[in-house]
Structure formats: structure tokens, C-alpha cells
Design a protein around this ligand. Structure first.
Ligand code: CUA
Length: 339
């Protein structure tokens, strides 16, 4: 009996220490990124319970094993065999019924959590999402807005209808807790109700190529009023932009995800930056030099492998695009404005 009391106390202490250890290692709830969606509440609760049970299960196996090794070891001069034991019905019932009970409880909690996460609001705001190597494009179909930054109103359910134009990507905003694959030829849905105003990032969570790690775009959660103001401003900008060649060029580059690989501020990404690119003298990977002019830009858009700037991947990872002459002229008009 005394052994059971000691083991019981040690199990409780070890459970607490294991849980604290998991917490320090960043696995328990305290160290998660901030929870910024309605869906994260039930997911975090489930996670918390699992960490507690995992700590207990570790203790309940580890402590009796270590205790037995020490307390029942062969003493000096003790030569005879151990006592013969056969079966223990109450112990067998206990170690069958208790785990069964735990599994059933967690099946229930899991089902409940899934139900909370998948709860459909028929009034949800629809946004179309396109994933590609290596950026995200967001379309607000009601307003004709296309951007590379996802703006969301707080406290309203949003349904993202997502697809990919090349390989499998995965849409993941850690603060929302939910993750969903983005698959070519298929539309997958992602429902989220952001609850906390702030700036977050969508990260691609499926290894999708050389710049997978850089496939992250801004996610901005605003109050309904700020969101409405942003929508009005973007709709106005889109209307104005459609009237000038550089405005149309900019829309084309957003729509086609060009800035996922070509920065506008001088940062080298997978491809050369577009900042100050027009008229610049560049060294090519065959050692020659040339001045970046209209002809070079057009050739590089239609056939990215023709002449590659030194220091960038060869063969090029850029897909060959098909544009009309007018579209090409608009894109170049836009690139010329980047200085
Ligand atoms: Cu897209 Cu990783």
C-alpha cells in the first residue's frame, strides 16, 4: 500500500513538471502566437487538454517503471527467483476501461472542436484566393479588387475560395490556427472569423519550390469601418488605374503574381528587383553585359530563359507568360515608373 501512495504522489509531481517542461519548450498554450480568430478558441482548448493528458500519460508510465527498478531491485546476497504471479483481473479492467474512456472523451472533444471550426455562416464574405510560385493573389469579386495583401473585417466570417495555378501550396495564418491546402484544378474552402484587429502574415505551409520560404503575404484585420474605407479606396484606385497604361500594367502584374519574385523596393528575391531596372546595365550569366530596354523586358516575359541576369537561377524558375502587345506595353510602362 505504501508503494502505491509514493507512486501516486510521484505521478502527480511528474505530471506537473512534464507539463511545465512542455510549456517552456513552447508546446503548451502560453507560447502560441496570439489567437486572432473565433476558430482558435476551441482549437486552443483541445490542444491544452491534450498537453495535460500527454503529461499524465508520460508520468503514469515513466514513474512506476523507474520506481520498480529502484524499489524492487535484487538486494545484495538475494539469490532466489522472484515471486510467481499470474494475472490481475482488476488491474486489467482498469487499464482497458480508463484509456477507452479517455479516447471516447477526446473523440467527442475533437468532434466538437471540428464542428466549431467548420460552422458555416451563410452571410460570410467571399474572397477568391490564388496561390502560385511564390505569392498569393486575393480577389474581392463584389468590388473588382485584386491585391497581394489580404484585408479582412473583424468579427465577420470570411470564406476563402482557394486554388493554385501550378503546384500544391498551403494557406496558413498561425494566429488563425487553421491551415488548408491549395490544390491546382480544385477549389478548397477556408472559413475564418478574425476577432483581433492587427497585422499578420499568410505563410505557405507546403514545400513548393526554391522560394517557398518567401511565399508570405500580409494579412490585415481591420475594424468594419476601416475595412469599408479600404474597400472604397481600392475600388476607386482600380477604376482610375484602368484608365492609364501604367495603371493597367500594374493590375496585370498584381493579377499574375509578378511581385512574388520581383520586388519593387530593390530587394533581390527569386528574380531581379524591378526598382530602377529600366535603363540599367546588367551582367548576364554568360558574362556579357546589356542595357535593360523594352526589347529585353519583352523577351524576358515571353521567354524567361533567353537571357538570365548573373546570380539568378538558371534555368529560370519563371513561367513563360502569354500577353498581347498592348498588355506588354502596359507592363513596361508600369515598370518604367518604378524608380
Ligand atoms: Cu507555396 Cu510553399
Amino acid at each position: 500500500m505504501q508503494h502505491f501512495v509514493i507512486v501516486g504522489i510521484l505521478v502527480i509531481i511528474t505530471t506537473i513538471l512534464t507539463y511545465l517542461g512542455l510549456d517552456v519548450a513552447g508546446l503548451a498554450k502560453q507560447q502560441h502566437p496570439i489567437a486572432a480568430s473565433a476558430q482558435s478558441v476551441s482549437i486552443d482548448q483541445l490542444w491544452q487538454w491534450e498537453m495535460i493528458v500527454i503529461s499524465f500519460l508520460f508520468a503514469v508510465i515513466f514513474v512506476p517503471m523507474m520506481y520498480s527498478l529502484v524499489a524492487f531491485r535484487q538486494k545484495k546476497g538475494e539469490m532466489k527467483d522472484g515471486e510467481h504471479m499470474e494475472g490481475n483481473t482488476s488491474l486489467e479492467i482498469a487499464w482497458t476501461v480508463i484509456p477507452l474512456f479517455l479516447v471516447v472523451i477526446f473523440a467527442y472533444l475533437g468532434g466538437w472542436s471540428l464542428g466549431e471550426v467548420r460552422r458555416v455562416d451563410p452571410q460570410a464574405l467571399v474572397i477568391n484566393v490564388k496561390g502560385q510560385q511564390f505569392t498569393w493573389t486575393f480577389e474581392y469579386p463584389e468590388y473588382g479588387i485584386i491585391t497581394n495583401e489580404l484585408h479582412l473585417p473583424a468579427d465577420r466570417q470570411v470564406v476563402l475560395k482557394m486554388t493554385s495555378i501550378d503546384v500544391i501550396h498551403s494557406f496558413w495564418v498561425p494566429e488563425f490556427r487553421i491551415k488548408q491546402d491549395v490544390v491546382p484544378g480544385r477549389i478548397t474552402e477556408y472559413r475564418v472569423t478574425p476577432t483581433l484587429v492587427g497585422n499578420y502574415k499568410v505563410r505557405c505551409a507546403e514545400l513548393c519550390g526554391t522560394s517557398h520560404a518567401y511565399m508570405e503575404n500580409a494579412v490585415i484585420v481591420n475594424t468594419q469601418a476601416d475595412y469599408d474605407a479600404w474597400i472604397a479606396e481600392q475600388a476607386e484606385l482600380a477604376k482610375l488605374a484602368a484608365q492609364t497604361p501604367e495603371g493597367q500594367g500594374r493590375l496585370l502584374t498584381v493579377r499574375n503574381g509578378c511581385t512574388g519574385c520581383h520586388s519593387l523596393d530593390g530587394t533581390p528575391l527569386t528574380g531581379p528587383t524591378w526598382f530602377n531596372i529600366f535603363g540599367k546595365t546588367e551582367e548576364m550569366n554568360d558574362g556579357s553585359t546589356l542595357v535593360i530596354d523594352e526589347a529585353y523586358l519583352i523577351e524576358s516575359i515571353l521567354n524567361p530563359n533567353a537571357k538570365i541576369v548573373a546570380g539568378f537561377p538558371s534555368p529560370s524558375v519563371m513561367p513563360a507568360f502569354v500577353f498581347s502587345d498592348e498588355e506588354l506595353a502596359n507592363i513596361i510602362a508600369y515598370i518604367k515608373t518604378l524608380k
